[in-house]
Every structure is written in C-alpha cells, then in structure tokens.
Design a protein around this ligand. Structure first.
Ligand code: BDR
Ligand code: CA
Length: 321
C-alpha cells in the first residue's frame, strides 16, 4: 500500500494529541513532520507537548518544528482555559529534553513541499500556513491536499456565536488561506465544528478504551480528564468533543463524512470576527474554494479511532455511540 505523506500542523492541545496518536497509528499515511503553531498554547508549550506524546508512543524519530509565536495581526489569545495550564489536560507529564530542530516550521514546510508530494493536515490556527504563503507561495501550491479543522457551517461557534477557535485565533491567516486557494482554483478540505461536535468521547467510551488497551486508554484518560471537566462546567456535557482526530480520520477515509463544495470566506473584523461564511446557497456566485463537511458517521469514526489507537482489529470492537 502506498502511504501518503503528511505534515501535521498543530497546537497540541488535548485533541491535537489524540489526532497525532491516530495519525501515527495509521498505516495509510506517513507523518514526515509535525509543525507547531501558537494556538491552544504558546508555541514552546505546544512543542513540548508534541514531544511528550511522541515519547509516549516511542516515536521521537518524528521531527517537530516550532512555528509562529503569534497570529498575523490579531493579539494572541490561547485556549489554556480549555486545555489546562500545561496545554495537555493538566497531566503534567515530564518534559522530554532536546529534539529541537535547526530550522523552523516555515522553512521545513517550504523545503519539503518543494521536493516531495505531501499533504498538510492543519488542526490549529492557520498562522504557519499563511506565513508559508507569504514567504513561499510556490511551495504552498505544491501541497497535494490541504485539510483544515476549523470554522463552523451554519452552527454556533465555540469562541463567539459565530466563530470557531482556530479561525477566530488568527482570522487573517484563515482568510489568506481560503483566498489563496480560490485564486489558484484549489479547494480546502474543511472539517468544521458542525461535524466535529458530533465526535464526543463519553466516560463509557473512555472506560471501553481502557479495557481494550490499558496503556493507551490510561494515557487518553490522563490527558482528557481536564477536558471532561471543562465540558461539564461550560456546557453541561458529560463527555468531551474531540475535534482534531476527525480531520486525520477523514483524510484517511472519505466515506466517514459527507460534504458540499462551497465558496468560503473568513470575517476578520468586528462582532463576527473569525466567522467562516460558507455560501451553501451560492448567493455570491463565487468560485467554490472549499469542500465543507456537513455530516459524519460517528460510529465509523470511533471504529477507526479505537482500532488504530488501541491496536485491535475493527471486527473485534463492541461499543455503542
Ligand atoms: C479547535 O480549537 C482547539 O481548541 C482544538 O484543538 C481544535 O483544533 C476546535 O475549535
Ligand atoms: Ca487544535
């Protein structure tokens, strides 16, 4: 089987870490690097967290590159309220010393995209990607597929009534990415909140994970505990929404979600700052620059997630969502 090469651009982050776990357990893809952007946590913390996850998986061979420390224009607002003081659910795992690369994330992206066929799975704010567009547009346009967890299609956001965190954190970057894709007749594969919010890890599912594979289940419990608490306090939800792994899962299997092609632009000012305006009814008669996901098969998602992360054949899984 040909393994598709991917770079994961992320801000780990609890659900980013789950996405990394899924990606590294997937034979269909080869993660050739992880690039860190400021978002859920400051970039240095995201770098440390990525190494903690890689260390747990025994995969410190995967290089991690630090990217942008602040959004293009807007003031940086992290999401440690959601992800805990250490950005990893207050698991306070020990730091893994070293592994700093000689080049930064943008240089890595540009060098790599210039020499090989690779896709980007972006599960944080789009500041690294926008900076790549500013510094080396040609390299960016070589990207095989560009998938972004972000935005919200006709549902409320999680930072304002209309804005989702990744696009709200750096709306100018998100706008540049969607505009650039449009100018070059390409489409962002957009994995928005309306689908990711369907992916709820419940206490029962977490318990099931621990029973199937204690080592991985315990690790997931350690890093999600705070997230469960956050969802209960803020939303009265018993469980936690794990957004980012859906982008990895959909990249691997297109049957997990359905979607539509649409023109998308991002608001960068005022009360709606960060909103992803998805023109599903084609009011603007603009070229469609995104494939926007609109529904997901949750059971099929968890089947893939459990089977790969817990290393068990799908046919042996028994759970309900
Ligand atoms: C997105 O924001 C972050 O908190 C998560 O990691 C995810 O990428 C969801 O809005
Ligand atoms: Ca993220």
């Amino acid at each position: 089987m040909e393994r598709r090469k991917v770079i994961i651009d992320c801000d780990p982050g609890i659900d980013d870490s789950l996405a990394i776990m899924l990606a590294l357990a997937s034979r269909e893809i080869e993660v050739i690097g992880i690039t860190i952007v400021c978002g859920n946590c400051p970039v240095d913390m995201g770098f440390e967290n990525a190494k903690k996850v890689l260390n747990h998986l025994n995969r410190l061979d995967v290089p991690v590159y630090k990217g942008m420390e602040k959004p293009l224009i807007k003031e940086f607002v992290n999401a440690l309220d959601t992800h805990g003081q250490d950005g990893l659910g207050e698991s306070f795992l020990e730091n893994v010393e070293g592994y700093e690369q000689d080049i930064d994330a943008i240089t890595f992206l540009s060098n790599t995209l210039r020499k090989e066929k690779v896709s980007i799975i972006a599960i944080g704010p789009l500041t690294n990607i926008a900076t790549l567009i500013h510094t080396d547009l040609e390299a960016f346009l070589n990207v095989e597929e560009f998938i972004s967890m972000g935005g919200a299609c006709h549902v409320p956001g999680n930072c304002s009534p209309v804005a989702e965190y990744n696009y709200w954190c750096d709306p100018d970057a998100a706008k540049l990415v969607f505009r650039t894709m449009k100018e070059h007749h390409r489409k962002v594969l957009m994995v928005p909140l309306n689908v990711t919010r369907q992916i709820v890890l419940t206490p029962e599912l977490l318990e099931y994970m621990k029973q199937v594979n204690k080592v991985q289940g315990d690790f997931v419990e350690k890093i999600t505990k705070f997230y469960f608490y956050f969802h209960l306090t803020w939303e009265n939800l018993i469980g936690c929404v794990i957004n980012d792994p859906l982008a990895v899962a959909y990249f691997i299997n297109r049957n997990l979600c359905a979607g539509i092609d649409a023109y998308v632009d991002i608001e960068t000012q005022g009360i709606s700052i960060g909103q992803s305006v998805v023109d599903t009814l084609d009011f603007y008669k603009n070229e469609k620059n995104a494939h926007v996901l609109t529904s997901v098969d949750e059971h099929a998602f968890f089947e893939m997630f459990f089977s790969k992360v817990l290393d068990i054949p799908e046919e042996q899984l028994k759970f309900e969502v």
